[in-house]
Design a protein around this ligand. Structure first.
Ligand code: PEP
Length: 253
């Protein structure tokens, strides 16, 4: 954490939830999150639940967002959801380039850069995910992989686009596996990411929030968030349990 940057903890619900379960989860999160400032806590919910999130969170400090966007503004793209539609439902954030989208839906760096640009053009704050696989880490190419993923986005949206984005470092081997990067391992990559942004614009690099994601829990969040270049977390599994999510939010604030 660095006092210059406002921390953010964003939940990624993935494809989980129901109207009933969401209402119970959000009621508890709203109650517990009253102590946090506006813009410091967010939930990224499945598309069908955006209206529910909007109605339950509009009067609270908690923001909401999507887990994906279309790179297109409108047209014959069956099954896709545009950024303007997300704005209609009050979204502030949109996760872009999550490793599950990269791995399961073949989203490549160019597509993710296009989605980031589309989100920015619509006034959404993209949470741009980058991170290496286990094989990549073991073969010593973590820095190279993350640099390539981020460069693709910076090339398209520039420093001004990065300034309006959030970056999430999510080592693929730590997502949903219970294996967390050590605070030192995470900090090392976060520092590289900030240095890469600084090559384009030092001021933007100082201000941009870089979240860590990958098996963050109440028990490890504080140590991770204590690192100078870690500005909060992108939280999967633990975001589905109100008390766990709130413990992580408390660790960031
Ligand atoms: C994620 O899906 O972005 C994530 C970090 O998941 P988990 O916290 O479950 O590892």
């Amino acid at each position: 954490m660095n006092a210059q940057r406002t921390p953010l903890v964003a939940g990624n619900w993935k494809m989980h939830g129901s109207l009933e379960a969401n209402a119970a989860l959000l009621a508890e999160v709203v109650k517990g999150a009253a102590v946090f400032g506006r813009g410091q806590v967010a939930v990224c919910v499945p598309f069908p639940y955006l209206a529910q999130a909007q109605s339950l969170l509009a009067a609270t400090p908690i923001s909401w967002g999507s887990q994906n966007v279309s790179q297109h503004t409108h047209g014959a793209y069956t099954g896709e959801v545009s950024c303007a539609m997300l704005k209609d439902f009050g979204c502030r954030y949109a996760i872009v380039g999550h490793s599950e989208r990269r791995a399961l839906y073949s989203e490549d760096d160019a597509l993710i850069a296009a989605k980031t640009a589309a989100a920015l053009a619509a006034g959404l704050t993209p949470i741009v995910c980058v991170g290496e696989s286990l094989a990549e880490r073991e073969s010593g190419v973590t820095a190279e992989v993350v640099r390539r993923q981020l460069a693709a986005v910076i090339d398209v949206v520039g420093a001004s686009g990065v300034a309006k984005s959030v970056i999430a470092y999510e080592p693929v081997w730590a997502i949903g596996t219970g294996k967390t990067a050590s605070p030192a391992q995470a900090q090392e990559v976060h520092a590289l990411i900030r240095a890469q942004v600084a090559q384009t614009d030092a001021g933007v690099a100082q201000g941009v929030r870089i979240l860590y994601g990958g098996s963050v829990k109440g028990s490890n969040a504080r140590e991770l968030f204590a690192q100078s270049d870690i500005d909060g977390g992108l939280i999967g599994g633990a975001a589905l349990v109100a008390q766990d999510f709130l413990a992580i939010c408390a660790a960031a604030n």
